[in-house]
Design a protein around this ligand. Structure first.
Ligand code: E4P
Length: 226
């Protein structure tokens, strides 16, 4: 499982990358807009913070293939490192994915709501596809079910494309797609924390410390005592 952070907030990125086994950062135009700062500065700061090797996924705005390709080449040159260009799975987006594949620029197909959209993007050369789990669940669909279908199709056709499940609102949705075999998830900072959080874990740790300190003294750790 690869864990990515779905935010452009530098403080949140620093915190999560310090604590957790993060593989990268994903953004979209909405996430970037929330920061309300210079677009390129935000991305350069993220790249500087996470280093050249971690994945950074950045979305284009254009809806025509040639313009999408132009944006992708610009972003690739300007931001650099292990960059993935996010392209929505509209027909012109698929055309752009085919062109970018030939140019060696890595693509994450995004705004995926069906298994067939994912399959076409993968056949066109996308490295990742991003199904929007919560947005599917929100309209009485089955987000994890769509992820499961995509995983099966990629296996059936021996496609070297990974599922980057996205758009989560709770831990259960992340658990469901993990069981379905999603290769990676992108979650917001709050959900990243929630994945580890359990009141019984906290209670157990408090009890362990209290029992220990009652015998070995307050503030002592293993190397302080005989
Ligand atoms: C990935 O980056 C997606 O754009 C993102 O997870 C969508 O999340 P949302 O449905 O919470 O906006």
């Amino acid at each position: 499982m690869l864990y990515l952070l779905d935010t452009a907030n530098l403080d949140e990125i620093k915190k999560a990358f310090d604590l957790y086994p993060m593989s990268g950062v994903t953004t979209n135009p909405t996430i970037i807009s929330r920061e309300n700062k210079s677009f390129i500065k935000i991305l350069k700061n993220i790249r500087e913070t996470i280093g050249q090797d971690k994945m950074l996924h950045v979305q284009v705005i254009s809806t025509h293939a040639q313009e999408i390709v132009k944006e992708a080449e610009y972003l690739n040159k300007t931001i650099g490192g292990n960059l993935y260009i996010k392209i929505p799975v509209i027909p012109e987006g698929i055309k752009a994915i085919k062109i970018l594949k030939l140019k060696g620029i890595k693509v994450t197909a995004t705004a995926v709501f069906t298994a067939q959209q994912a399959l076409i993007a993968a056949v066109s050369g996308a490295e990742f596809v991003a199904p929007y789990v919560n947005r599917i669940d929100s309209i009485s669909g089955n987000g994890a079910g769509v992820v499961s279908q995509i995983v099966t199709l990629f296996k059936n056709y021996n496609l070297n494309c990974k599922v980057l499940a996205a758009s989560f609102k709770n831990v259960q949705q992340v658990q469901d797609v993990s069981l379905c075999g999603a290769h990676s998830v992108t979650v917001n900072p709050a959900i990243m924390g929630d994945l580890l959080s359990h009141p019984l874990t906290d209670k157990s740790v408090t009890q362990f410390i209290s029992d220990w300190e009652s015998v070995y003294g307050t503030g002592k750790v293993t190397y302080d005592v005989k």
